[in-house]
Design a protein around this ligand. Structure first.
Ligand code: DLL
Length: 435
């Protein structure tokens, strides 16, 4: 049986949760209508007023909010509280051409940290634990979110931020860290460095990791678990919704429970906006029902996933989302075929002779797309015969073609030649955009 941070909420009967969500939704819509002219205009354009929203069943009447709205309203246009009541901002790095600034009241910070505390507890964390937080601190939500959650749980918190990987391992060993929080790509890098330093899982005390902020596959999970000798849990969130902790994995490791007392989740068809039934794959949409300063009504995340209400052995009744399978705006279209980097990652990590380091390079020559996958070899494979390397190349090529239906040029590269990431990994280089 699992341990809970807030058993009453995490295991609440569905009917009670629906009632709670309905009440909070009605109040949130009124709060937004009264305080945010931008939302009021969107609602008026759709012909809907607060009186029309009587509960969960009316959610679909509300207009969607998109990233374009966030850009339009930047920086203060969606603020629902006076600035004097706000105590913090966080922001995205803006790598995909968007910069999102989210505002928090003290109450918002408390609720956010509470969501992160649920995630740490679900990963087995208690006040006996030493929690090493190596997400970036600063504007990025990863460090501050998990830091706050770790404090709430009462863990001894190591606010490391990312970088200086050998020092991370030194601290991990000296202070006996038991929980690691960082991106999955950084976790793999830390694991690799641990081994390079001549250590293995027996030389550290880690038992669990809470990894998120970027897509990662089951194969990547197994690789990290092997390298560090831990159980690896997924955590999801986005700056717009506060940050990490919107959803988190329990010991079943089959998807992430959404904190439904704070966020109502819907899955829609990204092309038509139609709400899809449970179990369908589509774009995740969130409505925040407790946020004060920066509320979101039907915010389109662009993340593609599936929701399920199948009973979970951990006892939580919170709906579960699958790992995001990609973003509708990060999907590559190569030679007319839809390609998600995660599909490629799962093929590569099934091979025993490669490392979790790869890069996808897309370009266009004339009007034809070129598609190359650089895959880093393991040390053992690198010193192997040319023939076995050629065979590996062929195997990867045919497996990729089997899954995607198009051919990629496979380039096997030397160990350690693909740049490592301390935050979100850069897996795709799409040179077509530069033309
Ligand atoms: O990445 C918040 C976060 C920090 C989540 C630490 C988990 C841990 P943003 O920088 O705004 O916020 O990026 C949000 O990252 O829309 C997803 O596309 C992606 N993402 C976040 N978590 C996961 C995950 C933070 N577990 C965007 N799996 C989201 C896959 C994820 N993608």
């Amino acid at each position: 049986m699992g341990r809970y941070w807030n058993e009453k909420i995490e295991c609440m009967a569905r009917e009670d949760m629906k009632r709670l969500q309905s009440e909070r939704l009605v109040a949130q819509v009124k709060h937004v209508w009264d305080n945010v002219p931008y939302y009021r205009k969107l609602m008026e354009e759709k012909g809907v007023a607060p009186e029309d929203i009587k509960g969960l069943e009316d959610l679909h009447k509300l207009p969607f909010l998109t990233k374009a709205d966030l850009r339009d309203a930047y920086p203060y246009g969606l603020l629902a509280k006076p600035l004097a009541d706000c105590v913090r901002i966080q922001s995205t790095s803006g790598t995909t051409g968007r910069r999102v600034v989210a505002f928090y009241t003290q109450h918002d910070l408390d609720l956010w940290e509470d969501c992160c505390a649920r995630a740490i507890t679900a990963a087995g964390g208690t006040n006996e634990d030493v929690c090493q937080v190596c997400y970036g601190y600063g504007l990025f939500t990863g460090g501050p979110g998990l830091n706050g959650g770790s404090h709430k749980v009462g863990c001894l918190t190591l606010p490391m931020s990312s970088g200086n990987t050998e020092r991370q391992i030194q601290f991990m060993r000296d202070l006996g860290s038991t929980i690691l929080c960082c991106t999955p790509s950084y976790a793999a890098y830390i694991g690799e460095t641990l081994h390079d330093m001549g250590y293995g899982p027996d030389d550290i005390k880690l038992k669990a990791g809470i990894f998120g902020a970027e897509p990662w596959t089951e194969e990547m999970r197994h690789e990290i678990e092997r390298l560090l000798g831990i159980k690896a849990y997924d955590i999801y969130g986005l700056t717009e919704t506060s940050g990490p902790g919107v959803s988190f994995e329990c010991e079943e490791q089959t998807g992430m429970h959404i904190n439904e007392d704070h966020f109502i989740a819907e899955i829609i068809d990204p092309d038509t906006g139609e709400v899809l039934p449970e179990g369908s794959k589509g774009e995740l949409v969130f409505t925040s029902i407790t946020k004060e300063a920066f509320p979101l009504l039907r915010y389109r995340t662009r993340d593609i996933c599936v929701l399920t209400r199948k009973k979970c052995s951990c006892g939580r009744t919170l709906v579960k989302m699958s790992k995001p399978m990609g973003r509708s705006d990060d999907m590559l279209i190569i030679k007319g075929v839809n390609v998600f980097p995660s599909q490629i990652e799962s093929v590569l990590l099934k091979m025993s002779n490669t490392t979790p380091n790869y890069q996808i390079v897309v370009d266009r020559v004339g009007s034809v797309d070129t598609f190359e996958i650089k895959v880093e070899l393991s040390d053992e494979m690198f010193s192997d015969t040319i023939r076995s390397v050629e065979e590996l190349e062929k195997k990867i090529s045919s497996d990729i073609q089997g899954i995607l239906g198009i051919r990629a040029k496979i380039s096997l590269v030397e160990p350690k030649s693909i740049p490592r990431s301390e935050g979100k990994a850069v897996r795709v280089i799409d040179r077509r955009k530069l033309h």
